[in-house]
Design a protein. Sequence first.
Length: 75
Amino acid sequence: MGIGFFSRLKKKPRRSFDAEKKTPVLRCSICTGEQVAGFIDNETGIFEEERLIKNDGELSDFLAEYSLTDIKREY
């Protein structure tokens, strides 16, 4: 008897970021509605894209993965 697909799935470990150096941001397009989660470097102001957010579930996963309760939205 084989091992099922779902038994091989593992929970993703929580990731971390340096809150003093980076700010979590959700960039939202007014025209297309596209949302991209990532981090802005506080020193350089450069946005580092982490992932495309297609629905509320993916946003919840991103927040949980980085132990965030809220995220700043940027348009």
